[in-house]
Design a protein around this ligand. Structure first.
Ligand code: SF4
Length: 402
């Protein structure tokens, strides 16, 4: 996706991080712990931050959560974790932020859902109080509209006005109107454009892509992308990746969240891993060296080849924290692990370093390439260990040439 032109948006400062078209696309995630459970929320936030989340969101749903927020934030900062923390508010945000100033101060951004701030005249009054609190504490706000919790009064009015439209069309138009009207109201109250982030999340790929495309055409606010209720496991990963790729490929989106229903034994940080892989595979950010490996076929010994590809991936993950500190640009490195002579030499030459294993009927020697040229042959036993040693030495060479 070289040469991708991002949709122009202002810079929004969230703690020490900036969102917007002049900045990297940020990865965010949300804890699923009880926020009042300080230990669990602290631990999961640290896990998400260690996995590379640029922003982490906590639900702030009651007084116990609001009381816990400043204590957990202080503990994170004491331990050197500077990841900006977002408070997610529904129904009672205006009350909680007003009653718990330490909470309001500690958070780096507030999220409000205009569909969940009360009905009728109370809707505007609660929203106004919320925005005025954001102004008082100088915090940016995400106005996050969800198809599952649309402002019922707005939806009813839109349905009356646009009877000829399909229900789906009415919902997407109501979502855009809810986001834009709320943002305009917030600006009227004094919030700057550089303090506003919008999202219009839906649960199916095509609907979500369409609604974001329309919203992007109608405004220049910073956009947070996410497919809500994407599900879990492989279907969730694929659905989110499809939706986000279609939008990011058009330059739409300043921050992303991959929402996955947790599965037993799978860490919450999976969301962050998927989002980072997605951005790197689209060429939008670099997080760690890319291991290019062929799928293998009948021409190669499946076991040997698969083990080498897995060993290289594990070695890269394990070494990355050290490499990152010492070797600038290591995250852009390409390492090829190929199964036979058909594509092996070519791909290995295109990578910074690569190895082409011998296919079943080829000479029993693995050829290593560095910077587009043959570097050496590895013969005999322990091919994996020998290649990892060469790889490590190659990285050390990069360090000394920087
Ligand atoms: S490089 Fe060789 S082993 Fe790998 S998929 Fe292609 S033909 Fe099969």
């Amino acid at each position: 996706m070289t040469g991708l032109v991002r949709r122009k948006t202002p810079s929004v400062k969230i703690g020490g991080l900036f969102l917007g078209s002049s900045h990297l696309i940020a990865v965010q995630s949300m804890t699923n712990t009880l926020t009042a459970d300080q230990e669990a929320t602290f631990r999961q936030t640290r896990e998400l931050s260690d996995a590379g989340a640029d922003l982490v969101r906590w639900t702030v749903n009651d007084e116990a959560a609001a009381q816990a927020v400043p204590l957990i934030v202080a503990r994170l900062r004491d331990q050197g974790i500077s990841t900006p923390i977002i408070g997610d508010f529904h129904f009672n945000g205006h009350v909680l932020l007003n009653s718990f100033p330490e909470c309001a101060r500690a958070l780096d951004k507030y999220r409000i859902n205009p569909g969940n701030v009360g009905r009728g005249s109370r809707h505007d009054a609660h929203f106004e109080t919320f925005i005025k609190l954001a102004l008082e504490y100088d915090k940016p706000v995400r106005i996050g509209v969800n198809s599952g919790s649309l402002d019922p009064d707005l939806l009813a009015a839109m349905t009356r006005r646009t009877k000829r439209q399909t229900p789906k069309k009415i919902i997407s138009q109501a979502m855009i109107k809810s986001a834009l009207d709320s943002a305009a109201f917030a600006e009227k109250l004094g919030l700057k454009k550089s303090q506003i982030v919008l999202s219009v999340k839906m649960s199916t790929v095509r609907d979500m892509v369409e609604v974001y495309e329309q919203l992007a055409n109608q405004c220049d606010y910073v956009l947070h992308l996410g497919l809500t209720e994407a599900g879990g496991g492989l279907p969730g990963v694929v659905a989110s990746s499809a939706a986000l790729s279609l939008l990011l490929g058009q330059g739409i989106g300043d921050t992303i969240r991959v929402s996955l229903t947790p599965e037993p034994g799978v860490k919450r940080a999976r969301e962050v891993e998927v989002a980072r892989h997605l951005l790197q595979s689209l060429g939008l950010r670099d997080f760690m060296p890319q291991v290019i490996s062929c799928p293998g076929c009948g021409r190669t010994s499946g076991e040997e080849f698969q083990r080498l590809a897995a060993d290289v991936r594990a070695f890269v993950s394990a070494q990355m924290p050290r490499w990152k500190k010492n070797v600038p640009g290591v995250e852009r490195l390409k390492i090829a692990v190929m199964g036979c002579v058909v594509n092996g030499p070519g791909e290995s030459c295109h990578a910074d370093i690569g190895i082409s294993l011998p296919g079943r009927q080829e000479k029993p020697s693995a050829v290593v390439y560095r910077n587009g040229r043959k570097f050496c042959d590895i013969k005999g036993e322990k091919v994996n260990a020998k290649f990892l040693k060469i790889l490590n030495e190659f990285i050390r060479t990069l360090k000394s040439t920087k």
